[in-house]
Ligand binder design. Structure first.
Ligand SMILES: [Mn+2]
Length: 424
């Protein structure tokens, strides 16, 4: 991890400016009847999980260009995740992927203890064939026509639950690549029936205090149809499986121009919003850094979440899920963690009473103004003060670069061109 004296020195150089900016913003917000300290407290309590696979360099179907000092395995990944949390104080949990992160549970728990991290949802993998696996998922996993292959996929998911129980996780996320590439390749209904039967077996193995998240995705790797294509299918799955089943919304897994915030509102209404995989995109499932392309959409999603805060049973899980091809993954993840907090802070600024009044009065322009006023507010002093007071960095990026962490781990970790940096 990074030497605390580096953080202290970096913060000392910025503390006076931050205090002035925070005071000025506080005065502005006070005129709108808002307490900056109350918003800061909520932002400080907001956390987003980091996926273990996010700290490795990703790739495209064309190539992968490894970066220096890439993690060699789960223990290096946890070191990198610890740095992200040390500087941002926003990412105390890591989401593991099995089998990529398979290791003795006692060692995982010990490493988490050393690094101050805990484990978020477990992720199963039946979208590729893993070393030593007896049957292939080329033609599907949980929906495969072969009962033996489905049983293998079910057993893998149950193993993920067992590993998760041993390390303190309380959720399983299932995303499958199952689908078809050609009309007629599969019977769309029978394939879905097979998936549901297999998922029911996994659901039956869930501990009482666990949740099951299913993640829909419109396309890729299947390009004609996917078994869990959209939020409607996802909601059907959750409603059929039972109360522990919830829908996971990955921002990149929709058709372009789809209104994701409305999907979020619908899933909240149904009591089935499981949580998020945050990322950003221009064209499809680009897996770009959260907030890098369309921060207004991210804000509108958080606007729905803030609207629903406090409802019984409302407890969505939050995770980043993005791929870093041309940036240092630690830097991208730190900025993205800040950007989800930014969207949350901006959504907290919305004057909901006024908004409702404008909505009821049919004043579309003023209703839109309510949101834009919140979105246009620069909340960086709130984010920076929350980080600083929690022992993190006022400027995580500058502090990280000043620390020399990447060069240090590059010296210890030889480049591995084939290391998994997958996207789910
Ligand atoms: Mn995802």
């Amino acid at each position: 991890m990074i030497d605390p004296t580096t953080i202290e020195a970096q913060n000392a150089a910025r503390a006076a400016d931050l205090a002035a900016d925070y005071e000025a913003l506080g005065a502005r917000l006070a005129r709108r009847g808002l307490s900056i300290d109350a918003i800061k407290a909520k932002v400080a309590a907001y956390h987003v999980a980091v996926p273990s696979w996010g700290v490795g360099t990703g790739g495209t179907r064309f190539a992968r260009f490894p970066g220096p000092g890439e993690p060699r395995g789960i223990f290096d990944k946890l070191d990198d995740c610890a740095v992200i949390h040390q500087l941002t104080r926003a990412t105390p949990t890591v989401s593991l992927h099995i089998p990529w992160d398979k290791a003795p549970a006692a060692d995982l728990v010990a490493k988490a203890g050393q690094t101050g991290l805990a484990f978020d949802a477990m992720n199963s993998n039946t979208f590729q064939d893993s070393p030593g696996q007896s049957l292939s998922y080329k033609h599907g996993s949980l929906s495969n026509p072969s009962a033996e292959i489905r049983a293998q996929a079910v057993a893998h998911n149950i193993e993920c639950i067992e590993i998760g129980r041993a390390i303190g996780s309380r959720a399983l996320t299932v995303w499958v690549g199952d689908g078809s590439n050609f009309p007629g390749q599969t019977d769309l209904s029978r394939q879905f029936d097979r998936y549901l039967c297999a998922m029911a077996e996994i659901y039956a193995a869930l501990p009482d205090d666990w949740r099951l998240f299913t993640e829909h995705k419109i396309f890729e790797p299947a390009f004609y149809s996917t078994v869990v294509q959209d939020w409607g299918t996802n909601l059907m799955i959750a409603q059929e499986l039972g109360p522990k089943a919830h829908c996971l919304v990955d921002l990149g897994h929709h058709a372009p121009t789809v209104n994701i915030e409305m999907i979020v509102a619908r899933l909240i209404r149904a009591g089935r919003l499981g949580g998020f995989h945050f990322n950003d995109s221009k064209y499809g499932d680009d897996d770009l850094d959260t907030g890098a392309i369309d921060p207004f959409r991210l804000f509108l999603v958080f606007n729905e979440l803030v609207e629903a805060e406090g409802r019984p049973g409302f407890d969505p899980a939050h995770m980043l899920d993005q791929s870093h091809n041309v940036t240092d993954p630690i830097e991208s993840l730190m900025l993205s963690a800040s950007d989800v907090r930014r969207a949350y802070a901006q959504a907290l600024l919305v004057d909901r009473e006024s908004l409702r009044g404008h909505q009821d009065a049919g004043d579309a322009l003023m209703a839109a103004q309510c949101l834009r006023e919140a979105f246009r507010t620069d909340v960086e002093p709130i984010l920076a003060m929350a980080r600083s007071e929690a022992g993190g960095a006022i400027d995580p990026l500058a502090t990280y670069r000043a620390s020399g962490y990447r060069a240090q781990v590059a010296a210890e970790r030889p480049a591995v061109s084939g290391a998994g940096g997958g996207i789910v």
